[in-house]
Design a protein around this ligand. Structure first.
Ligand SMILES: [Zn+2]
Length: 274
């Protein structure tokens, strides 16, 4: 059998499938993803309840879409003010019980500051400690907090099996800081945005093939290059190919090489199907 008979399934490492914007047609969204060659989606947890919901969606759709879904469990920096030791205990229990594939989404967001910075750092460090204790990878978020995020990560890095900086939107310098910590780098449709993706487009070819991951961050970040564009501007995993098209353009690598490498990387980092 030639390789063409067995095309690589893509892995979308960042889908906010619990979003109410998918309530009306979640199963159709997954069917379209499968048809578009997406073999696996990682559902992102951003609150304790949201992480519970993500885990229960994996169970709910396991019959219809076997092996296609996994979930992370964590508290997003926007929700960091809700974090306390009790939540930490519940998060630990949830991860053990549901076999979450990563701790997160966690990190620092000094762009919107929806939670006070002190609270964000506390919640971030607690989740880093939890990932170290459970020997689990992390799904990391960062916006306008690069310096502090790197400082905190450095203290924990040796104890962590691996991590991805998801939806990376920074410049070359911050990219190299993350690569120095041997992190994976998640690229979204931000790359397709001619208004604000400039720095990322210049840096993206520097991400080594074995560190690159792809994600839609659906329902957010609809690729601006997508045609036709859905009227409701909702992004979904089936549109992941548009991120690949942009990667082909800005890295000069072949689509097939990117597809294979990113899928392998995702399965290695999150131990999907292991
Ligand atoms: Zn994020």
């Amino acid at each position: 059998m030639s390789q063409d008979d067995n095309p690589t399934d893509l892995v979308d490492i960042g889908v906010n499938l619990t979003s109410h914007r998918f309530d009306r047609d979640r199963s159709d969204v997954l069917a379209r993803a499968r048809e578009a060659g997406i073999g696996h989606c990682v559902i992102i947890g951003t609150t304790l309840d949201g992480s519970r919901e993500a885990a229960s969606m994996c169970r709910e759709y396991a019959g219809e879409f076997p092996g296609m879904l996994s979930a992370t469990a964590g508290i997003h920096p926007h929700n960091a003010s809700t974090y306390n030791p009790g939540i930490g205990t519940e998060l630990r229990a949830l991860i053990a019980e549901t076999k979450a594939v990563a701790v997160g989404e966690t990190g620092l967001d000094f762009n919107r500051d929806f939670s006070p910075r002190e609270a964000q750092q506390r919640a971030f460090e607690a989740q880093l400690a939890l990932a170290a204790e459970l020997e689990m990878p992390l799904l990391l978020h960062e916006r306008d907090a690069h310096q502090r995020q790197i400082e905190i990560l450095r203290e924990y890095r040796d104890q962590l099996p691996g991590a991805v900086i998801h939806c990376f939107t920074g410049d070359r310098r911050s990219l190299y800081n993350y690569l120095d910590l041997d992190l994976y780098v998640g690229v979204t449709g931000w790359l397709c945005d001619e208004r604000r993706g400039g720095e990322l487009r210049e840096a993206v070819a520097d991400i080594p093939p074995d560190r690159l991951l792809v994600e839609t961050d659906a329902p957010y970040l609809l690729p601006r290059t997508l045609t036709p564009r859905p009227a409701d501007r909702r992004n979904e995993p089936a549109f992941l190919g548009e991120v690949l098209n942009a990667l082909v353009r800005y890295t000069g690598r072949s689509r097939d090489a990117i597809a294979r490498a990113t899928a392998e990387n995702a399965r290695r980092l999150f131990k999907i199907g292991a």
